[in-house]
Design a protein around this ligand. Structure first.
Ligand SMILES: [Fe+2]
Ligand SMILES: [Fe+2]
Length: 182
């Protein structure tokens, strides 16, 4: 499996989680209360896996190929690296807001809904930029040897939700994901 395939698989998994969160957002907009513990787990997973592992791997990959590409690729890569910083900020803020709700602090629901919506919009735009523009360009201009060399430089971590060693904390979330896909 190449690095690009692994990163693409992360996107597929991330998309499933974003769909679950989108569903929770719709429910909130209709005045229903979703399961906030599961919502917290989903955001926690995104911040522990995507922000802490997936994005740093991509940053390494972008740094590796940044000199080689067309201006279109360079521009998209610069946008992506900026996105990674912004997305981390969004997930930290959202996680804080969910924690407040779970600890019974008063959080105005309209503010929470706006935070969740902004978080989801940015995540989706970012995935589209990578899947729609950057990954196809990289796939066209790179060689197998470059990928082999890059792979040596990248950090490795097991996916705590979709990987073989599933973390205790995410078991319930995973069950919800399976139900959602039925
Ligand atoms: Fe990314
Ligand atoms: Fe990505």
């Amino acid at each position: 499996m190449t690095v690009l395939t692994e990163l693409h698989q992360d996107h597929v998994n991330l998309n499933k989680l974003l769909a679950v969160l989108q569903n929770k957002l719709e429910r909130l907009k209709h005045g229903e209360m979703p399961n906030f513990i599961l919502l917290a787990d989903a955001v926690d997973y995104i911040s522990n896996y995507a922000d802490a592992y997936h994005h740093p791997r991509e940053d390494e990959m972008y740094a590796y190929f940044s000199d080689a590409g067309e201006p279109e690729l360079k521009e998209a890569i610069a946008q992506c690296c900026e996105d990674h910083r912004t997305l981390k900020q969004y997930s930290t803020e959202l996680l804080e807001a969910v924690d407040c709700i779970l600890n019974d602090a008063v959080v105005p629901m309209d503010q929470f809904v706006a935070k969740l919506e902004a978080f989801l919009d940015h995540q989706i735009d970012h995935l589209n930029l990578e899947e729609g523009t950057i990954f196809p360009l990289l796939d066209d201009m790179t060689t197998d040897e470059q990928w082999r060399e890059l792979e040596q430089k990248l950090p490795k971590m097991d996916d705590p939700l979709f990987g073989e060693q599933q973390k205790e904390r995410y078991i319930e979330l995973y069950t919800e994901l399976l139900q959602d896909m039925r």
